[in-house]
Structure formats: C-alpha cells, structure tokens
Design a protein around this ligand. Structure first.
Ligand SMILES: O=C(O)COP(=O)(O)O
Ligand SMILES: [Mg+2]
Length: 225
C-alpha cells in the first residue's frame, strides 16, 4: 500500500463507522415524549441526523409541528436529549461489518487516524469506548469544542491541528455531504461510503471515490495517491 502521500485519515463516525440511528431514535423519541409529542421511526430520524444534536432537535421539533422558538429553547431540548442518549448510547448501535479489521490493517500500513464527528464530544468518547473503537485513533474530535460543525471545514482543521498534521496529508472518509463539503473547503480529498445517512444522491456527494464496504477503503486510498 505505501508510499503514503496522504497518510492521515479523518473518519466520520455516524453512518460511516457505526450505525447509531436506533439509539439516537430512542433518545429523540424519549425527548419528544417528555413534551407529549409522538415518536419518529429510524428512517425519519436518519433524515434528521448529520449536523449534530442542535440541528437534530430543531429538525425533530419542526417535523413534530412545534418548531423551537429560539436558541435557549434549542439548548434546553438538546440538554434533555443528551441525558436520554448518554443513559443508553450503544444498546442498539453497532459497528459496521469489517470496520475493526480495516482500521487495524490501515494502522499497520502506516496511516495515522482520527475521528471527526458532529456528534457531541462526550457522547462520542463514551460510545467509541463502549464499542471498543477508541484505540485505533490518535484524536477523537466531537462537536461542542468550537461553535462550528461540518460542513464548515473548521472541525477538520482543528482535528488536523491536534494531530500536528495539515490538509495536504489528509483524506476524509465519510457518508454525507456534510463531510464532503467540509473536506472540499479544506482542500482534502474524500472517500465516501454508499451506505450511511446521506440525504441526497451519490452524485450530490461529489466524492473523489465511493466504496460499498469499508474493506474497500485501503484500495481506494491507494488509488487516490
Ligand atoms: O450526529 C450527527 O449529527 C452526525 O454525526 P457524524 O458527523 O459522525 O455523521
Ligand atoms: Mg456521518
């Protein structure tokens, strides 16, 4: 596989490494139930996920017919959602097939790896620990440490900064336009999985490479350089 002209891999989490929708759906529905509102399905929640907990709550309450009035209302509901989510974050969440093996293979080949997710930071750390994924990564970046989330490039650049690396060394691996737009703005090429929680078409992603299974990633990375 080496020489590695781009040796730093930035991975998205939800929809790329793990299927986290069922536990997010449960926490969304528990939050809505606190307000006497009806539940959504996995399918509906997957269309709300992507830009972090604040946008998830805004979309859920808007879809329930009671849009959140202001920033304070959003924050209050996000805090309640996180209490529900932190209580049971991986009961129904699973790591996609082939992920641990592929991460081990990439590490062995000399890649340095980080996660950069729009999921809130403390939930991200807890979930990755519980799923046994943390040890593969030098940096785990979750939302809330800076105001911006993907598709803003700032979280990717902050993750690279923590790695002591720069955009010219990096490839982003994700599942949605939030990932590809952020990466493009940072000058970083992208590999996208064709599963996950993409909202538009595959073409909308404008990814440099598409893979149907994570085991295809090493070859896709080699073909990029
Ligand atoms: O939780 C979200 O909204 C999205 O998370 P992701 O950036 O890992 O896809
Ligand atoms: Mg994702």
């Amino acid at each position: 596989m080496p020489p590695l002209s781009r040796s730093v891999l930035l991975f998205d989490l939800d929809g790329t490494l793990i299927n986290s929708i069922p536990d997010m759906r449960a926490a969304v529905n528990a939050t809505l139930a606190d307000d006497g509102l009806p539940a959504f399905t996995d399918e509906q929640v997957s269309r709300m996920v992507g830009r972090g907990a604040r946008v998830l709550m805004q979309r859920a309450y808007t879809a329930a017919g009671v849009p959140l009035a202001d920033d304070q209302a959003v924050q209050t509901v996000v805090d309640r959602f996180l209490v529900h989510y932190d209580r049971s974050p991986v009961a129904m969440t699973h790591v996609y097939d082939g992920v641990p093996e592929t991460l081990a293979q990439l590490k062995q080949a000399g890649y340095r790896m980080a996660v950069c997710t729009n999921k809130p930071h403390s939930a991200t750390l807890q979930i990755m620990n519980l799923l046994g994924l943390s040890d593969h990564f030098e940096v785990i970046w979750g939302a809330g440490q800076i105001p911006q989330v993907k598709p803003d490039p700032a979280p990717l650049l902050a993750t690279l900064d923590q790695l002591g690396a720069d955009a010219r060394q990096a490839v982003m691996i994700g599942d949605s336009q939030n990932d590809t737009d952020a990466a493009r703005a940072a000058g970083i090429p992208t590999v996208c999985v064709t599963f996950g929680y993409r909202h538009g078409t595959l073409e909308d992603l404008r990814a440099d490479s598409l893979i149907d299974h994570i085991s295809e990633l090493p070859a896709a990375l080699s073909a990029l350089s």
